[in-house]
Design a protein. Structure first.
Length: 336
């Protein structure tokens, strides 16, 4: 077992999942604006630290993805944030891309940037305590998209990123997100996600990536958010499993789904059904941002000094997600 494989399994084992707390300052400002809390470095830290010091961290969270600002902050208990996370048994991680920008010669699509200077930044993050990283490629679905250019360019960037990360002794999360936006059918989502994953793994192989030392963060197979051709949660689970079985090499230790605009309960229910039907050796868990934090954020915004109350809300949500990662969740548990 390689060192990278050990890190990946530490993050994903025993039903544990990943807390995606890597919102950029711009995104975090939007989230805080939506609950009428001023977006200052102190408030951003206070909310995140409230989650990082919760009971859920020890029981349910195997890894936390941080943003550049957060990984360098000192907590209110005078510990560096990565140290605070490591003390709970979870692994600190870091988002290393610099965002999706409009792609040249394909104005409706995006390419993720951040490869320039990445090797040096990774060394700095490693020294700060990070042991895994995240890079997100985004693809939109229309009749013409994603184009071959978008599929190829984003796969190539994900592979170059992964090679640099593994060279530095960290586990790359490979996140090719086929977006839910649009009116496409689940069948379209299945076909386009399959193409995207196939190309990603071709590029990862070309770049000599150790598949046993990565974590895949894909979307589930869903109809578009504005589609009138919605499918059942059971169908989502079955199609998602078929897509992954057909396109992901068996050496990959685990798959941590993104929530991608689903509600907290939808993301939990779909993950639970995926695990009920999971006949693969892949660990199937969660890497959720909004679907882990939204209820806690709303509660916290009413009184940002109510740490314990906020933590109770977060503990419940993380517990639900971890039960789903083991196929043990039920709707009745939501109200307990």
């Amino acid at each position: 077992m390689s060192e990278l494989n050990k890190i990946a399994l530490k993050i994903l084992s025993n039903g544990k999942g990943i807390l995606a707390a890597d919102e950029s300052n711009g995104t975090m400002t939007k989230r805080l604006d939506s609950v009428a809390v001023p977006s200052t470095p102190e408030n951003r830290l206070l909310f995140r630290e409230t989650l990082f010091t919760s009971e859920a961290m020890k029981k349910f969270i195997g890894g936390v993805i941080l943003y550049d600002e957060t990984i360098k902050q000192i907590s209110n208990s005078n510990k560096a944030i990565p140290e605070l996370i490591s003390a709970t048994g979870a692994v600190p991680g870091i988002k290393v891309d610099t965002g999706a920008k409009v792609m040249a010669n394909s104005t409706e699509e995006k390419i993720t940037e951040g490869l320039d200077g990445l090797r040096e930044r990774l060394k700095e993050y490693y020294k700060l305590g990070a042991r895994f990283t995240k890079w997100r490629g985004v693809y939109n679905i229309t009749k013409k998209h994603p184009s071959e250019l978008s599929i190829h360019s984003n796969a190539h960037a994900l592979a170059r990123y992964s090679a640099l990360v593994q060279e530095c002794g960290m586990v790359p999360i490979v996140e090719p997100e086929v977006l839910m936006d649009g009116d496409h059918s689940a069948e379209d989502c299945f076909n386009k996600t399959s193409k995207v994953l196939k190309k990603c793994f071709e590029e990862l192989m070309l770049h000599n990536i150790d598949f046993s030392g990565i974590i895949l963060k894909p979307n589930m197979i869903l109809a578009g958010a504005s589609s009138d051709k919605k499918i059942s949660n059971e169908e989502t689970a079955k199609l998602t499993l078929i897509c992954l079985k057909e396109n992901v090499p068996t050496e990959v230790p685990g798959i941590a789904f993104l929530s991608g605009g689903q509600t907290e309960v939808e993301a939990t229910e779909n993950l639970n059904l995926i695990n009920k039907h999971n006949d693969t050796n892949f660990i199937m868990t969660y890497s959720y941002g909004r679907a882990l934090q939204q209820s806690a954020l709303k509660f916290w915004s009413k009184d940002i000094k109510n740490i314990e109350g906020t933590q109770n809300v977060f503990n419940h949500r993380a517990n639900m997600c971890t039960l789903a990662a083991q196929g043990k969740w039920s709707a009745e548990l939501e109200s307990q």
